[in-house]
Design a protein around this ligand. Structure first.
Ligand code: ADP
Length: 536
């Protein structure tokens, strides 16, 4: 209790009485000193003040007390002459009064009543704050869209802190950075590098940081030089940061920092939930797509295995029944079909092996001319069977490339057999090899869809193997997918060509393993160019 009366004896009597009832009492005869005491010490529950004092009225003092704590109990001691002034304050419930002279018992009763009233008032204020928090929490959880949640959070936090501008930044993957900007409280606001850096600092070090003297954000012409970055914590994980910006120092009012912490904690949980929902949804979509591909794969693979198997069964039965003229011809067909089955199984196994093994390639320098000669020898029968023309375009000077010979053959073979398969009878296939600097390579691939891409400046020069065809081509939206396992452009029922959708997935894995790049450029209906670049 703080007692203020310019009559020292009055102070003394009231203080003794209240102390005897167990209250902790301070008293002063100077209302200005009382103001300092109220401002410095936030733990007063009750102000008992005379109405008429030199320099300041009791009503003015009550007003200041309510600025410090709106729920503070105030009792004004007054003579009947000053009742008029008091009337309004009492009517508004801001103060109670005690008419002088009063009995000490009256004083005790008035104090009890005023303090009870304060308890009710405080509970009411808390209830209102609680209701508001509940409403805010309900709004946060009404959406699983991170941006909507961030917007709700920002408008609440700006109200709480009085800051004009705020940004919510969040991680893209689970706990790892970098942060990306989820939302700004104003769509036209720009977050500067310093602002982004401060938010990242708060996120990485899991601490609230305040800084000034550099531009953290701008809004039109206005630059904000003061910023407060708060990590967004949900349970034990830190998943992002809030950045508040101001043109003047950011100071939270006493009692506000707990509210800010609460509002931020709620938002962190809601943002994390929305994040996980989003990831779960993505995983679910992927799973559904994988399931569809699996179904397709089973249909395609069983068809691809059944065809050569039927040939084997048919010819073997004929051999058994000895219904043949030349057994070697039939034996050859059986061998071809068995070889096709073996190839499919080899593809499946080599992809599995590539995806799970962590051996490093042994790179040995090989002549490009030798590589291409073996390749053309191998594919020529298939090209001739489809009466296609094969152009081989090699550099004039001998060229070497450090690589794993067998694996590179496998890669080029897959690309060549696709070109042959997806180019009509009589079409043209070009096999081109060149040496490129990284600038030439970067220009040549400007419109390409990469399956494996590396830093162009990694090597001073690259050897490029290009397989160009004049076939059916691939639509733009399918280009990024053709390197996926099991993916085939045509579905299993309408497919004209054989294959189980593993060839390009193997190419991608092998090129990755060899340290190179692979890409495709294609125009539907006009043809495709698949290319592999190996660092020299
Ligand atoms: P598959 O063995 O079934 O051909 P790939 O992984 O080698 O599987 O190729 C995947 C898909 O990409 C093919 O089914 C085809 O639709 C498309 N594709 C690959 N190469 C070409 C090409 N040169 N021209 C047109 N489409 C192609």
């Amino acid at each position: 209790v703080l007692i203020v009366d310019d009559e020292e004896h009055m102070c003394e009597v009231c203080a003794r009485t209240l102390r005897r009832s167990g209250y902790v009492v301070s008293s002063t005869t100077d209302p200005h000193k009382a103001v300092d005491m109220l401002r410095e010490n936030p733990s007063f529950d009750l102000l008992l003040t005379d109405i008429k004092m030199p320099g300041m009225t009791g009503l003015e003092l009550a007003h200041i007390a309510h600025e410090c704590d709106p729920t503070m109990a105030v009792i004004i001691m007054t003579g009947f002459a000053s009742m008029e002034h008091l009337h309004e304050a009492v009517k508004q419930g801001a103060a109670d009064f005690l008419a002088k002279p009063f009995e000490l018992e009256q004083l005790r009763l008035a104090v009890i009543q005023a303090l009870n009233k304060r308890i009710l008032l405080r509970n009411n204020v808390r209830l209102q704050a609680f209701e508001h928090l509940l409403e805010y929490n309900r709004e946060l959880n009404a959406s699983l869209d991170q941006r909507v949640v961030a917007q709700t959070f920002l408008s609440e936090i700006l109200k709480q802190t009085g800051c004009p501008l705020g940004f919510v930044l969040f991680v893209q993957q689970d706990q790892a950075g970098p942060l990306f900007l989820l939302n700004a409280s104003d769509a036209t606001a720009e977050l500067s590098d310093a602002g982004y850096g401060l938010a990242t600092n708060a996120f990485e070090n899991n601490e609230t940081i305040q800084e000034h003297n550099t531009t953290f954000a701008t809004l039109g012409q206005q630059a904000f030089q003061y910023a407060l970055a708060i990590p967004l914590r949900a349970q034990t994980a830190v998943s992002g940061a809030l950045l508040l910006c101001h043109s003047q120092p950011i100071e939270l009012l006493p009692g506000r920092s707990e509210e800010v912490a609460l509002v931020t904690n709620y938002a962190s949980s809601a943002l994390r939930n929305a994040h996980f929902y989003h990831r779960l949804n993505e995983a679910y979509q992927n799973l559904q797509e994988l399931d569809r591909l699996k179904g397709e794969f089973i249909a395609v693979a069983s068809h691809e295995l059944r065809t050569p198997l039927s040939i084997i069964l048919g010819y073997t039965a004929m051999l058994r029944d000895q219904r043949f003229n030349d057994p070697r011809e039939y034996a050859q067909r059986i061998l071809d079909s068995a070889q096709r089955i073996k190839d499919i199984i080899d593809d499946m196994m080599s992809l599995r092996h590539l995806e799970t093994s962590d051996t490093r390639p042994q790179l040995v320098a090989h002549e490009v001319q030798d590589i291409i000669q073996q390749l053309t020898q191998h594919v020529r029968p298939a090209v001739e069977e489809r009466r296609q023309q094969l152009h081989v375009d090699l550099p004039e000077q001998a060229l070497q490339v450090p690589t794993d010979y067998e694996r590179l053959q496998l890669v080029l073979n897959h690309l060549m057999s696709n070109a042959i398969k997806f180019t009509p009878v009589g079409g043209q296939i070009t096999l081109l090899v060149r040496r490129y600097t990284h600038n030439e390579l970067s220009t040549a691939t400007s419109s390409a869809t990469f399956a494996v891409k590396r830093d162009f400046t990694n090597a001073s020069s690259w050897v490029i193997f290009e397989v160009r065809d004049t076939g059916m081509g691939i639509a733009d939206r399918q280009l990024p997918r053709v390197f996926e396992r099991f993916y085939q452009v045509a579905d299993s029922l309408t497919r004209e060509q054989g294959g189980v959708g593993l060839g390009l997935a193997i190419v991608r894995e092998l090129v990755q393993w060899l340290g190179g790049m692979v890409w495709v450029v294609s125009r539907e209906g006009h043809g495709s160019t698949f290319a592999v670049a190996l660092p020299q």
